[in-house]
Write a protein that binds this ligand. Structure first.
Ligand SMILES: [Zn+2]
Length: 713
């Protein structure tokens, strides 16, 4: 049997030649990886995970496996207008709101295996100090413009309106529900005074204008630097969606942005004449990365400045696309203006993930919430991690569906990865009591497979380093596929009957693939990797059997002969249809609840006299026969016994019922309606119907069965 060099190996070889140039850049000494600070006005959902936390976690775990010095940093964003607004709505203090969501968010990240080195919060003392010092240094250096200007004001609420306190029409895309600082529809960031037809979100009033003093960051002053650094310097290595958004911003011309607000929730502006003013949440939040790093460094005995101020540190911001302007324009301008800070090497922002065809929304409860997933799918973190990675919205918006989630689990994780490992471990226990056998001479096929294994760390690593996590996850699955194919082709369970020595070699090779999978799956499937290491008896801390990312390439043998492995355990289990149906129903219920909430009840019709009503002759009848009216979608020709007679009625209910289900159904019929011809069929009366929340129709039937011909009055 001739086993050709697998196609993917050739393909990978080409890719590695092409990207060699990128790697000639000097290697960073350490990495500062930030993941967007989640806002504490709600829990984490799959959109946040797919956009930010899962890719950032893969990147951080991969670098650690390569022995790199990594600070993976995040924390809760607890300032901004939405917090006091939510508190007001719930009738509690802002502190209660942030404590509640910070708790839920932090715990769900831990349970999901997001491996932050530090997860802080912006209400912490260290952050208030850091942000105040940052502002003060910029203020003293004359980096702000001080300006008294007319701002929107709600006289009834006695409050200035900025950010989410005001909604109006977006000046760029005409979306009518844009916030004062940013449009959720097109992502544009603007000043509240730019909104067309602004309205107070507190009282609904049309705002007046009132003068107030604020400090502005003159972004126009930083235009040249931004243009040179990003538009010229990062043309090739930044993602096109990020680069494109930055370019359109700079091309439109940057304007000064206020970095302070008239508000009583946030970090007080550290100036004498600034009572009642706080830092704008988007000024203080990114500084949260720095304070969180400080907190971590103090605990770990490190110097935080190495991670923010040294040129040989690589800074990468993981964010969603709605944060591009803040991380590529505003925060870098702040870092540059402050001085001494490094700038991000890359900002690999993702596009949006949708859910079952609709935009994810916290306020509309249209989401798969992480804390609920963890409860409903215990010990299946990796299934969600894998689905969100394999379907990541890296270059365009993508859709999460429960059907696809089930397919990714059943057809890939169970059928390929899990199946391969299970067969290897079961057979090794069955044939050799779990002891790795001594191989005999390798065939050409064996050699090809052993060579192919060594390619994978590079191939997967290159994809990760280029922020192509989706591609990287598929390369990992290719390794499992290679294992599955090897076993299927070599059929050790058949060969054992004729050539026991050959089976030793086959199982030895298959065990090497398993060990490679245990190591290389760690960034993507950390729980599975742990479990598999346990099964293969590879203990991380034990120097003799521990394996690093590089070892998979460097070592000829990953699991030596005579190494004892443990018994088989299932890595993944099949997800049944009924589990998926339950999730889809849950979403359906949300949709109905949202529609009901938005449904407008029709106003009452003109008053009538009792005599008008008595003209209507409504009877209870029973359906005897029903069939579709030819060439129509909606119409059924129905025979009803209305007590008086048996008559034909044409009714537009075919989209809600199938004819055979209607036989015997009791209905209310307006029997004295003048006959009329509908599609060539004479209809004698009308069956009374109402709409249901799911968009279908329902009959008006008596609560108890009654005699046909019974009057309704
Ligand atoms: Zn817009």
């Amino acid at each position: 049997m001739v086993f050709k060099t697998p196609f993917f190996v050739l393909l990978h070889f080409k890719i590695s030649l092409k990207t060699n140039k990128d790697n000639s850049m000097n290697t960073p000494k350490r990495y500062t990886i930030t993941a967007a600070l989640p806002y504490t006005n709600g829990p984490i959902h799959i959109g946040h995970l797919a956009g930010v936390y899962v890719p950032a976690d893969i990147y951080a775990r991969y670098l650690r496996l390569k022995g790199k010095d990594v600070a993976y940093i995040s924390g809760s964003d607890e300032h901004g207008v939405a917090i006091p607004m939510r508190a007001k709505k719930e009738g509690v203090s802002p502190q209660v709101v942030i404590d509640k969501y910070h708790g839920i968010i932090k715990q769900s990240f831990i349970d999901f295996g997001i491996s932050f080195d530090n997860y802080s919060r912006t209400s912490s003392k260290i952050h208030h100090e850091t942000a105040s010092e940052f502002f003060t240094k910029m203020y003293n250096d004359g980096e702000f413009i001080e300006e008294v200007s007319a701002q929107l004001y709600d006289a009834e609420a006695n409050q200035f309106l900025a950010d989410r306190f005001v909604v109006g029409t977006c000046p760029k895309c005409s979306f009518e529900e844009s916030y004062g600082d940013q449009c959720e529809n097109c992502g544009t960031s603007h000043n509240a005074t730019d909104l067309i037809n602004p309205k107070s979100a507190i009282t609904g009033n049309v705002p007046t204008v009132k003068e107030t003093k604020h400090w502005f960051l003159p972004l126009d002053k930083h235009e040249d630097f931004l243009s040179e650094w990003i538009l010229e310097g990062h043309k090739k290595d930044w993602k096109p969606n990020v680069y494109g958004q930055v370019k359109s911003w700079i091309d439109d011309g940057l304007r000064p942005r206020a970095v302070t607000r008239d508000l009583d929730w946030g970090i007080p502006v550290p100036l004498k004449d600034a009572e009642g003013k706080v830092l704008y949440v988007w000024f203080d939040a990114p500084i949260g990365y720095i304070s969180s790093t400080k907190e971590w460094a103090a605990r770990e005995g490190k110097n935080w400045e190495d991670y923010w101020k040294k040129d040989d540190t690589k800074l990468v911001h993981f964010i969603g696309k709605d944060n591009i302007v803040f991380h590529c324009i505003i925060f870098p301008s702040m870092l540059k203006a402050h001085g001494n800070y490094i700038l991000p090497d890359n900002v690999p922002a993702n596009e949006f993930l949708n859910l079952e065809g609709n935009k994810l929304s916290t306020s509309k409860n249209w989401a798969v919430w992480l804390h609920e997933y963890l409860e409903e799918f215990p010990n299946q973190q990796d299934v969600l991690r894998y689905t969100l990675t394999a379907n990541a919205p890296e270059n365009k918006d993508n859709d999460f569906t429960w059907k696809d989630f089930q397919a990714k689990n059943n057809n890939e994780l169970v059928a390929i990865f899990g199946n391969f490992i299970n067969r290897v471990v079961v057979l090794t226990n069955k044939y050799y009591q779990g002891i790795v056998p001594n191989p005999n001479d390798f065939t050409e096929v064996d050699e090809d497979v052993l060579t192919a294994i060594k390619e994978f760390p590079n191939v997967i690593g290159k994809s990760i380093e280029r922020y192509r996590f989706r591609e990287a996850s598929q390369e990992l699955m290719s390794l499992a596929r290679l294992g599955n194919k090897y076993l299927a082709d070599e059929e050790p369970w058949k060969v054992i009957k004729v050539d026991e020595e050959r089976v030793k070699t086959i199982m030895f090779v298959a065990l090497q693939i398993s060990a490679a999978l245990a190591v290389l799956s760690e960034p993507f499937l950390p729980f599975t990797s742990d479990k598999l290491k346990g099964i293969l008896n590879i203990i991380q801390s034990d120097s003799e059997t521990s394996l690093s990312w590089e070892n998979v390439t460097e070592k000829n043998i990953l699991l030596p002969a005579n190494h004892q492995i443990n018994k088989a355990e299932l890595l993944f289990s099949k997800i049944e249809d009924k589990t998926i149906e339950a999730q889809v129903e849950k979403l359906q219920a949300t949709k109905i609840a949202n529609e009901q909430e938005n449904k407008v009840v029709a106003p009452q019709k003109e008053t009538i006299e009792f005599d008008d009503f008595t003209k209507l002759d409504i009877r209870i009848g029973t359906i005897l026969e029903a069939e579709k009216v030819a060439k129509t979608k909606k119409l059924l020709k129905i025979k009803v016994d209305v007590g008086i007679d048996i008559r034909t009625i044409v009714s537009g209910i075919a989209e809600s019922f199938s004819p055979k289900d209607l036989i015997g159904q009791q209905v209310s019929v307006l029997v004295n309606l003048a006959p009329r011809k509908i599609r060539g069929v004479e209809s004698n009366g009308m069956i009374l119907m109402t709409d249901t929340p799911d968009g279908k129709l329902a009959f008006m039937e008596p609560e108890k069965a009654v005699k046909n011909g019974q009057e309704v009055s």
